[in-house]
Structure formats: C-alpha cells, structure tokens
Design a protein around this ligand. Structure first.
Ligand code: NAI
Length: 253
C-alpha cells in the first residue's frame, strides 16, 4: 500500500457508544471507516456524522459471533472501501448475574460476542493486513477483567481478550501488524445506563457515585476511549504491541 492511500478501518459495535465515537475519531484521522453493527440501519447515524464532516464511511450489518456473516462483511468492506488494515473489536453485550443465577445462555452469549467475535473478525481481517505488511488490531477489554461481582462471564471474556491480544501481537508482529487492548473503566454509554436501570439506580446518581471513586473525579466519555484507540491505530504506535491500556481515570490493580 502506498502511504497516500486511505487506510480502511472496521469498527465493530459502532452504531452507538464507544464504537461510534471511535469510528468518528478514526474518520477524523483520515481513515475510511466501516461502521459495523448487528443492524445495518442502526449504523446510519454514525455514517452520517462521518460523511457530513467530509469523511468516508460504510454501514455494515453483521453479527460478529456468526462466522458466515463475518466472512461476508469483511469481503464487502474489502470490495466497497478497500482492504481493512485497522480493526477495532468493540462490539459487546452484558448478561450480568451472580454465578448461582447465571444461565448457560448468559455465559455463551457473552463469550460469543466478545471472544468468538474478536477471533472471527481478527482471523478474517489478518489476511488483508499481512498482504499490506501493515495492520492494527485493538480489542476492547475492561477494568472488569480484574474481577467484578455479577460478571463472571464478562470478566472472563475481557480477561480472555487480553491473552488473545498478546498472542496476536506475537504471531502477527513480523507482518507489520500490532495488537493492543484498551480496558476502559466506567464510561457513560447506553450499556452503563442499562446497568443503572437494571439495578434500580438513576443514571445520574450512578455516575456521581462512580465519579467519587475515580481519581480524576469524573466518569469517562466515549471520546476518552476513542482517543486511546486512535493512538494504537496510528503510525506512531508501530513499536507498541501486546499492551493493555487501562482508560479509567486512574490506576487499577
Ligand atoms: P453499547 O452497548 O453502548 O454498544 C455496544 C454495541 O455493540 C451496540 O451498538 C450493539 O448493537 C453492538 N453489538 C452487540 N452485539 C453485537 C454483535 N454480536 N455483533 C455486532 N455488534 C454487536 O456499549 P459501549 O458501552 O459502547 O461498549 C463498547 C465496548 O466497550 C464493549 O465491548 C464493552 O464491553 C466495552 N466496555 C465498556 C465500558 C463502559 O463502561 N461502557 C467499560 C469497559 C469496557
């Protein structure tokens, strides 16, 4: 690939939240962005935001845990935008429950979206990255990887993504591909708003309580995470690989 060619990025789960902010941020950095989410129509808002600002974007409907849909989606992106050499595995779901109440489906759904999804998307995109001798993979882990009550499934998946990231860094480094993970703390999105509702707290009240425990005394916004992801996807980060960056307003143990 020539350096003047526009690099193509895929951001999964980009219809809203952290994924949408990341898609917009990568477009601002000059990437052509595939805005991928379960429902193609739901991607329209993010795509419009990018195209209205003069960027280039494509809405792609795809369930990242379905191998055939992933194959088709990545082929479509390669055909319509160009070979994807930047991949942000951001799609995510919560199925929180204490262990004794956690169903098989709660477990399988979370593993399917986070772990199988990141695996299928990375496997489908790596060929394009190897061909280009350039690639950037960023996986969304979480502070929950360190353990979190009610999240045996999610914490396991997010810790698993850290091992996945480090292994991709080792396997793909010689092809010019880096892999890193971003692990956010509390970020104000529909996901955390849904948690507030589920446990019967107002979202404002929940954010205030969370902020009081965070050293910078505020909760995170999607743009905070997008900024860290943008760093990992850029040329300046070519010697940074296999890392996990906590984006949490303070240190985590
Ligand atoms: P969100 O719930 O607002 O957005 C997630 C998006 O992923 C949605 O648009 C959803 O439709 C999409 N999605 C879900 N399953 C999918 C599938 N099978 N295929 C394709 N798309 C799918 O979530 P938010 O808060 O923006 O989170 C983004 C990522 O960041 C997730 O991986 C989440 O686990 C992680 N994260 C979020 C934190 C937070 O405080 N909000 C903290 C730490 C990590």
């Amino acid at each position: 690939m020539s350096t003047t060619e526009q690099r193509v990025a895929i951001v999964t789960g980009a219809a809203r939240g952290i994924g949408a902010a990341t898609a917009v941020r990568l477009a601002e950095e000059g990437r052509a962005v595939a805005v991928l989410d379960l429902d193609e129509a739901a991607c329209a808002g993010t795509v419009e935001q990018i195209t209205e600002a003069g960027g280039s974007a494509l809405a792609v409907g795809c369930n990242v845990s379905d191998a055939q849909q992933v194959q088709a989606a990545v082929a479509r992106v390669a055909e319509e935008l160009g070979p994807p050499v930047i991949l942000v595995n951001n799609a995510g779901v919560l199925r929180d429950n204490l262990l004794f109440k956690m169903s098989d489906d709660d477990w399988d759904t979370v593993m399917g979206v986070h772990l199988r999804g990141a695996f299928l998307m990375s496997r489908a995109c790596q060929r394009h990255m190897v061909d280009a001798s350039f690639g950037r993979i960023v996986n969304l882990s979480s502070s929950s990887a360190l353990g979190n009550r009610g999240q045996a499934n999610y914490a396991t998946a997010k810790a698993g993504l850290q091992g996945f990231t480090k292994t991709l860094a080792i396997e793909l480094g010689k092809f010019g591909v880096t892999a890193n993970a971003v692990a956010p703390g509390f970020i104000a999105t529909d996901m955390t708003a849904a948690t507030a509702e589920r446990i019967g707290l107002g979202f404002e009240e929940m954010q205030q309580a969370a902020a009081s425990q965070i050293p910078v005394q505020r909760v995170g916004q999607p743009a905070d995470v997008a900024g860290a992801i943008a760093f990992f996807t850029g040329d300046a980060a070519g010697f940074v690989s296999g890392q996990v960056l906590y984006v949490a307003g303070g240190p985590l143990n």
